[in-house]
Write a protein that binds this ligand. Sequence first.
Ligand SMILES: Nc1ncnc2c1ncn2[C@@H]1O[C@H](COP(=O)(O)OP(=O)(O)OP(=O)(O)O)[C@@H](O)[C@H]1O
Length: 965
Amino acid sequence: MNMTSTSALPQPSRPATNPPDGSLPPLPNPKARKSTPAPDTPRAASPYQLSKLRAPSSPKPSLARSPLSNSNSTSNLSAVRSASSGLAPSSPDKSLRRTISIASFPQPPNATRRPSTASSISGIPGTATPGSVKPKQGSRLSTGTTSSYRSSKTPSLLNGSADGKSILADARDPEASPAHSRSSSAQGSVSTSATTFEDADDVTGTSKSNSKPKETKGNVLVSVRVRPDGNGGETSRNHGEWAVDGRQSLISYRGKEGGDYYYDNVFTTHENNAKVYDSAAKRLVRRVMEGYHGTVFAYGMTGTGKTFSMQGTATSPGVIPLAITDIFSFIRETPHREFLLRVSYLEIYNEKIHDLLSAPVANGGGAAVPQQEEIKLREDSKRGVYATPLKEEIVQSPTQLLRVIARGDHARRTSSTQFNSRSSRSHAVVQIVVESRERVPAGNSQDKRSGIAPGGVRVSTLSLIDLAGSERAADDKERRAEGAHINKSLLTLGNIISKLSENKDKQGNPIDREGRHLPYRDSKLTRLLQPALSGNSLVSILCTVQMVSSVNAHTGETLNTLKFAARAKNNIVSHAKKAEEAYGSGGGDAGSRVLLERYRMEIQALRGQLDTQAKAQAEKEMKWDEQQFEKEAQARHEEQVLEMQLARTALKERIEHLNRLILSSKSTGVNSHGSLSAAFGRLSRMSAAESGTRSLRSSASQSTLGAGHSSIRPISFMSVNSNEPLGAMPFSGGSFGNEEDDDLGEFGDGKASLQRQVTALQADLSDKNRYISTLERRLLQARRSSHSRMSMGLKTGNATIAEHPDVMALVREKDMEINELRIQLDDKDRMLAALRSAARHRDLAAVTNESQLPEMKPKADATSSGRNSPRGTSDMAQKAASPPAPPTKSGEKEEDRRKNMDEVSRMLDEMIQGRVESGHLEKNAMGNVRISPNDSRRVSSSAEVAGLNPTPLPTDGAALGSPQT
Ligand SMILES: Nc1ncnc2c1ncn2[C@@H]1O[C@H](COP(=O)(O)OP(=O)(O)OP(=O)(O)O)[C@@H](O)[C@H]1O
């Protein structure tokens, strides 16, 4: 997460005018200090493999050559260690450090060093040499020819020499650094405590300094590191007029203005970055984690190894990466507190402050990167001096932190100079703000939920500063301008340090011994360092020098650096104390900048919101459930309504269909005369009983019914369509023009399903069938009644005639005559038919005989031709009717005639028998026949209604009295 904020160097939570009472809790320190002036044995590699990390043999390696991604790998670390160990593979001072990767980030290496028998004095023989001071065992020397600077071994937070005095206090302080030996890690982590040296002075906690030690000066560490010769590393211990005694922390110069310079640490050319870190920065870093502000800065001439010491290389990480590793080690090993880290990175270039974390990534080659908005320095009573606006990034792992810093390094301005192919042209300030708070006990869920911790939030700042190197005027104009700014700021820094005193004005501002204000505002660097220089912070100054005997120019610069270091050691007074714990966003030192507190409050607020939202959500869900239930009920209701509607629609359709049928019936009647149509509509469904009195002349209708009309056509229509006289119908005729429409309407109705239509039609059909049967019955009745009426009408109509017996008799007589004539006529017809039949038979027999008797044919032909009588049926009939022709042979002719007569007789008998059977004739016992007494009446009736009686009644005739007649 990125966040823009402001950054400032450590600021006291209490006024600087109120120094702490008594001694500060010291770090636990081993009592045995053994000098381990091992060669520059590389410390275990750290993940700090960044763009600006420089390999000793290959300055300014690119980022691509040292990918950060390898940083966390234990195997890589091992590989790096083994590779780097090649520098002194057979050294008797070979490091015994053991580095084990723990969990997700690398652990600081252990410092288990054997007491070295090698001399820690570089350039100074183990034995006294002319012009030098022979160091005494167990004591520090302060002899010198011209001057002598001695580090005040004051019991302090940083040098651990106060341990003996404050052991009880330290034990009571739960937040003091864990025991120096952290080898108790469950995962096998190793000690992160500083490498220590066996030193009698430290054991007793006393100093052999000539001057009386000041308590608070122990909070400032000053170290000098000698860079190896540039010609392939350190090859000679002889620095000419210089003598370096790492064990004694002594640098002696035997030239002009020579003297002995004692410091807290003097690192020879053999000592590596790990040693430098352990001795110069480690304790400070751990104190920062405990709540103190701390500042580490590297000061020195260009090319002497400031950046090398602060950043290191991939194989030899410097102070910054080792500090980062230690920070996370501390966090991991301090489970009772929780931490929040944020980091910012700025540079002061040409007296302007730039945010290196907001800068766009440089396009390679170390070219100057266009910077964004300039950062201003501001000051307020609470925060002191701070830069704004400055981006701060919250980091959660060493890798992440290293990446952030690597990004800043990449953006930092560097250029090639006379003394350094990749010279830093700016002062770079990394600030790591550490917020910590007592962790809520694990079981206390109530407190955990409320976010209320036993203590407040403590905020401390670790400032890691790589200053630009002082340098002589360069040939290049740009370099000269940069150098001028750099030199000016460094000069200001030196001036301020030289004027530092414990004096303060009434407002608490530091003043020099003459009562003048210190010129912090003369440069951005001193302004930014003001809180640290004013005593609010633990301070560790690492001065780098290079002693090249052949280069005289270096001597002056080296002496200047050594003097700067000596003044810093003597003048800077630190009253550093633990930062106050902040409660709430408004209280305490950091106030609203305390992210941990802000986060706590934010978490609380968010929890509250979460609860509210959860409640709201629950209510919403309940409402939603209710709504869903209602919706479902509504849906069910709607479904039911729909079903009902469908049912109603179906019923309606059925009703409409039925109504349409009714209307159709109406329309077939007379749509223009509704009353009759309605009547007929009803009539069409009337049962036989209901319509029994109605008369329907329907012979035509009957024929129409069977005439192939559509079975679905209403019967009423068919009845009417029969062109019956209107007067004969129970209704008057009308327009049938709607019939087709009705039919179309019935079947063109898309709403009714086919099934319903079929059902309706079936129902209709059955209705019509019933109606047809009713009509048929009625027709039958009508015909019967018609016959009876006609008979009755005849009787009724003849009533007057019957009143006249003569007329009646006459009529009867005439009727009888007519009947008799008819019977005779019929008989004659029958006779004629019988005769013709007989003639046919005869002709047939004749033809048969001729075919059987061919020899007789000429005779027969001759006979026939001789009489010229015609042949054929008519001839035969004539023969049958007329007397038989004289036979050519008497026997045959007689036979034929007899046959013909027999046949005629038989036919007549059959006819008479038929009459007798039908009742027209009566036969008595004698075989004689006569006309039946009832026959005359039947004949007359039949004559009158011949059209209705298809069977003609034969009348008796006297001529038919016997078959012989
Ligand atoms: N102790 C050392 N051991 C090995 N090489 C070193 C050491 N100190 C410095 N160097 C090498 O010397 C060169 C210059 O070092 P460095 O850039 O750190 O100097 P600097 O003081 O930061 O210079 P500047 O002020 O110009 O930035 C680099 O190549 C670096 O690797």
